[in-house]
Ligand binder design. Structure first.
Ligand code: SF4
Length: 400
């Protein structure tokens, strides 16, 4: 609403693998050239599940940033930072916690799922229950418009929207709001002011959603408004409240099809991963020892790619000709499995090559990495401080 900002984070709990690359990082690389992007290392989030083993987090933070950079995330285009270096996240989390009903947190589907899935950990903690609210604070503090998420994370964005709505409802009240809004309308210039008034009526009296969107776009483009007037006019459009924390939208990303070396989805918990910077000899070994169609016991037995995990990798890495070759030669026992695996090995190694090259620069000079994060954290902090100034003011906490 204020800027078309994108916010996304990742928890540092171990090495990143090619599933992260295909599922998240490729998407970040695309988004960074389309929007101002804020990408953060969610170290506090990692503590909600790894509070007993914080050393894992400490080791993973810098490695993870190197992996991001290796995959093409560009610090000249996106802002990269570490969550705990912007302590304002925790202040907003605390303030939002005051008015967030417990039921909202208990209802988040991933809450029960994760407790079930991570049975070996004791997650009956206050921190773990609160992590979707911490996520809401992460998003709202940057007034991000878009949050790239998979299907399973959509309820988190929905909850963030509810949290924002409640906050604006409770604290967006302002003495003389209507008079101040009418004054602000005049600052739009006569043509825009007239259009704004008409669109507002169309929305408020006839529920015309398109008019609401048009009015929002009009405000977005209006250079003549101060931040406070813009907030007022966004709020005035929909009711009698200032919009202090705008509601974000989920930017749905298609689920990653990246299979692991056993054919299941690539995931650390299945032990079937190939790390982003896995050594070439290890990649070769992992693929060469991958299970294939169980019916292909001997080289002369025909196989069925549909029952073979290697085929899953061909669907990600191979062109049409190679895939046709696999189908034909597997079913006629024209090739052996090692022969079939070679194009996959070659493709993964080729994909990794530029990643290794980019990572080397930061491994050779870690101070480069530190300064990228220091600059990014400073930049993020300035935005976060601006939001917190308004949040405190609206809650009556600005005493000086
Ligand atoms: S030839 Fe290829 S697709 Fe067929 S079983 Fe062997 S590895 Fe799998």
């Amino acid at each position: 609403m204020f800027a078309e900002r994108v916010l996304s984070g990742m928890r540092p709990t171990g090495h990143l693998h090619l599933g992260h690359y295909h599922g998240v990082l490729k998407n970040w690389v695309r988004l960074q050239s389309e929007y101002p992007c804020f990408f953060f290392v969610a170290d506090w989030h990692a503590l909600t599940t790894h509070y007993e083993t914080p050393d894992v987090i400490e080791q993973s933070v810098w490695d993870m940033v190197i992996d991001w950079l290796a995959c093409g995330v560009d610090p000249n285009q996106a802002t990269l930072f570490i969550q705990s270096k912007v302590p304002e996240h925790s202040e907003l989390f605390l303030l939002l916690a005051m008015g967030t009903p417990l039921g909202w947190l208990e209802r988040v589907p991933t809450y029960k799922d994760q407790i079930e899935k991570l049975k070996e950990k004791d997650l009956q903690t206050y921190g773990f229950l609160g992590y979707p609210l911490l996520q809401a604070a992460d998003i709202l503090i940057y007034r991000a418009q878009f949050v790239p998420v998979g299907e399973d994370q959509v309820p988190h964005v929905e909850m963030t929207r509810e949290v924002a709505r409640r906050f604006n409802y409770l604290y967006g009240r302002e003495p003389g709001f209507e008079e101040k809004s009418l004054e602000a309308v005049k600052k739009l210039g006569s043509k825009r002011a007239k259009m704004y008034a008409e669109l507002r009526v169309a929305f408020q009296e006839r529920g015309d959603d398109e008019a609401l969107e048009q009015a929002k776009a009009l405000l977005q483009d209006a250079q003549s408004l101060s931040m406070a007037d813009r907030e007022r006019l966004f709020g005035f459009l929909e009711g009698a409240r200032k919009i202090i924390l705008p509601e974000p939208q989920a930017l749905l990303t298609s689920a990653s099809r990246m299979p692991g070396i056993d054919g299941q989805k690539m995931s650390k918990s299945y032990g079937n991963t190939i790390d982003i910077r896995e050594k070439p000899e290890e990649v070769t070994r992992s693929i060469r020892t991958m299970p294939t169609d169980p019916a292909r016991v001997r080289r002369t037995d025909p196989g069925d790619p549909a029952r073979c995990p290697v085929w899953q990798l061909h669907t990600v890495y191979s062109d049409e000709d190679t895939k046709a070759w696999v189908q034909k030669e597997c079913q006629s026992a024209g090739i052996g499995c090692l022969e079939c695996k070679q194009p996959v090995i070659d493709a993964i190694l080729a994909e990794q090559q530029p990643m290794f090259e980019r990572a080397q620069m930061y491994l050779d000079d870690p101070s480069l990495l530190r300064s990228i994060i220091a600059d990014g954290s400073d930049k993020a902090r300035k935005v976060a401080q601006e939001t917190m100034r308004e949040v405190r003011e609206s809650m009556g906490l600005a005493y000086d």
